[in-house]
Design a protein around this ligand. Structure first.
Ligand code: TYR
Length: 316
């Protein structure tokens, strides 16, 4: 797979592809980052952006992971001390997922976001950003946005300044980060910084086919045991022959198939014996045709997700 193909796989949007091509032509080691609000559970949604960072590393990028403790604090996720502790746990998870410390720079927000230069840049950008724009940019990121706090208006401004201060070429994130990134692309040049390129991954569904949410516990997290996986996948939403909006198929598309060249579904002889798929496209055809039963798809997902998480569990 060539670099561009690797970077483009499983992404929803690149802003813009032309800029990316140009970047690849001019720099041997471009830089990219993802920021994460520290979270008690690292789930497969987070892992989707981790996968993209791993792809970017393979394509020669230097990667920074921002453990955004101050952002979590501004978004009312806990005290600074609490979120900082969770950030340490998250760092261990990311390392376990393959972002090792030799080739990944881990940065805590609180390590640089309280410095004079940073704050001055934040204040500058607040002057050229309307309240309306800041509010809208938080639509899919902010907690309880029906009654936003001023801190949640500072949040997207800081995220934009992060891109400049961490000095990265590319900001990576779920498509929910889009409006904040666009605010950065438009606002940063006015402060003398370059406009960043953005790569957005899709947002995957919860196992019940609804939006992922911690209150529903409808996701797989990296510390799930094999028993957890079995239980969760057993009751997952997985309509026969349906490949779109099927959370079990999404696990194959975004997590399993990129890691394994060949997927083996183990079935008793009376149900057709083992079935082998080479790549997601083939799996899609097989499942859409009805040749593979949802039960067998789920068993396969359980087996492979367990193999992926086994490695992670053993080190976190
Ligand atoms: N907004 C991101 C989230 O929703 C977190 C983040 C914070 C990302 C700061 C980047 C950044 O610079 O989790």
């Amino acid at each position: 797979m060539d670099k561009l193909e690797l970077i483009k796989r499983n992404v929803q949007e690149i802003v813009t592809e032309d800029e990316l091509k140009q970047l690849l032509e001019t720099k041997e080691h471009p830089t990219a980052y993802v920021g994460y609000e520290p979270s008690g559970k690292i789930h497969m949604g987070h892992v989707l952006t981790v996968n993209k960072l791993l792809d970017l590393q393979k394509a020669g990028f230097k990667i920074t992971v921002l453990l955004a403790d101050v952002h979590a604090y501004l978004n009312k996720k806990g005290t600074l001390e609490e979120v900082r502790e969770i950030a340490d746990y998250n760092k261990r998870c990311f390392i376990a997922l393959g972002l090792n410390e030799e080739n990944t720079r881990f940065v805590y927000g609180s390590d640089y976001q309280l410095g004079q230069e940073y704050i001055l840049n934040v204040l500058k950008l607040t002057r050229s950003t309307t309240l309306n724009r800041a509010t809208r940019s938080m639509d899919e990121v902010g907690r309880k946005m029906d009654d936003p706090a001023v801190s949640q208006m500072v949040y997207p401004i800081m995220q934009a300044i992060d891109i400049a201060m961490l000095d990265v070429d590319v900001a990576v994130g779920g498509i929910d980060q889009r409006k904040i990134h666009m605010l950065g692309r438009e606002g940063l040049p006015g402060l003398g910084f370059k406009a960043p390129l953005c790569i957005h991954t899709p947002i995957i569904l919860g196992l019940d086919g609804e939006k992922m949410s911690s209150s529903n516990n409808n996701f797989i997290s990296v510390d799930d045991t094999e028993a957890d996986l079995k239980k969760k996948l057993k009751k997952a939403f997985c309509p026969a022959e349906q490949v779109e909006d099927n959370p079990v198929m999404e696990l194959f598309k975004y997590h399993i198939c990129p890691r394994y060249e060949e997927i083996v579904f183990e079935r008793p002889e009376k149900f057709g014996g083992n079935l082998v798929c080479k790549g997601y496209e083939e799996l899609e055809k097989v499942f859409a045709s009805g040749e593979l039963h949802p039960m067998d798809l789920k068993n396969g997902a359980t087996k492979y997700m367990n193999m992926i998480l086994e490695v992670v569990r053993s080190v976190i």
